[in-house]
Design a protein around this ligand. Structure first.
Ligand code: SF4
Length: 257
C-alpha cells in the first residue's frame, strides 16, 4: 500500500505539541463519526490487516512505498528479503547494491541511502536492529521515538505502529485519506498531510482500538481510491454527498444555467 507521500523523505518536522482535546472541534468530531458510520458498511469493517510484518520490516516497507504503486513496492521489499538474510546485512550493504535491488520503486537513488541510514539510526539509538520494544510504549511516545529519526515523519510512524504486528492504535493518513478529509471539510484546504495526522486523530474517540483506527484509515483511503478520485470524483454515487461541501458545491454549479 502506498501510504506515504515524499514528505517523510524530507526529514522530521516540528512535533505537534497541542493536546488532542484542543485539536478536536465537536461538530467535526460528529462529522468524522458520521463518515465512519456510513463508509464502514460500504467497505466492510472490520477490515483485515494487509500486513503481518514485524515493526522494523514494516518501517522498511513503508519507506519503499512512498509515492510508489503497491505492486512495485511489494516487489522491491521481496527483492530485499531475497538478497539479504536480515536487515543488518542491508545496513552494511553498498548503497548502489541496495539501489539496484529496489530499482522498481520511485526514487531508488534516494530510498537506498535513506533505508540504510534509518537502519543504522535504529541500531545506534536502540542498541539492536529491532523495533519490537515500541510495544511497551504509549502511542505518542513511540511515534516521537520514530520521528526523531531523520526521514521518518508522522505517516511512516503511524504506519509502523498500526500496520505492523504491534497493532497499536495510531492513525496513518495517506494521500487518498487526506483528499477525502479535505473535501468533506474535516480539515482545511491548506492543511498538509503531515499536520493532518493529529487533527484527524483528535476527531475520533480517544479510546478507539487499533482495529477501529485502522478501519477509519482504510475506509477513507478506499473511498478516495474508489469514489472520491483525485480527478472527477464520482459525487453522484457517493454516500457522503449530503454532508460533503465539495460535492454539494459541484452539484449546485452543475445546476446553474
Ligand atoms: S461527495 Fe464527492 S467530493 Fe465529497 S467525498 Fe463524495 S466523491 Fe468526494
Amino acid at each position: 500500500m502506498a501510504i506515504a507521500s515524499g514528505h517523510d523523505l524530507a526529514g522530521p518536522r516540528p512535533r505537534q505539541t497541542r493536546r488532542s482535546a484542543d485539536l478536536a472541534d465537536a461538530s467535526l468530531s460528529d462529522k468524522a463519526l458520521e463518515i465512519h458510520r456510513r463508509l464502514c458498511p460500504v467497505y466492510g469493517c472490520p477490515i483485515p490487516y494487509f500486513h503481518s510484518l514485524d515493526p522494523l520490516s514494516e518501517l522498511v516497507s513503508s519507506l519503499l512505498s512512498h509515492r510508489t504503486r503497491n505492486a512495485d513496492s511489494g516487489r522491491a521489499f521481496k527483492a530485499l528479503r531475497a538478497r539479504y538474510p536480515d536487515w543488518a546485512e542491508v545496513a552494511g550493504a553498498p548503497v548502489e547494491e541496495i539501489e539496484a535491488t529496489i530499482s522498481g520503486v520511485t526514487w531508488p537513488e534516494l530510498k537506498a541511502p535513506r533505508i540504510r541510514a534509518i537502519l543504522a539510526a535504529v541500531a545506534e539509538r536502540h542498541g539492536s536492529l529491532s523495533l519490537d520494544f515500541l510495544r511497551g510504549m504509549e502511542v505518542e511516545a513511540a511515534r516521537a521515538w520514530l520521528e526523531a529519526i531523520p526521514g521518518v515523519g508522522p505517516k511512516t510512524s503511524a504506519a509502523v505502529l498500526s500496520f505492523s504486528l504491534l497493532r497499536m492504535p495510531a492513525l496513518p493518513v495517506d494521500s487518498h485519506h487526506h483528499r477525502v478529509a479535505q473535501r468533506t471539510g474535516l480539515i482545511g484546504a491548506t492543511v498538509d498531510v503531515g499536520p493532518s495526522h493529529p487533527i484527524l486523530r483528535a476527531q475520533l474517540p480517544s479510546d478507539w482500538s487499533a482495529q477501529d483506527l485502522y478501519d477509519n484509515h482504510e475506509i477513507l483511503m478506499l473511498h478516495g481510491q474508489a469514489v472520491c478520485h483525485h480527478r472527477n470524483p464520482a459525487c453522484g454515487r457517493c454516500v457522503l454527498l449530503d454532508i460533503c461541501p465539495t460535492g454539494q458545491s459541484q452539484r449546485s454549479s452543475v445546476r446553474e444555467p
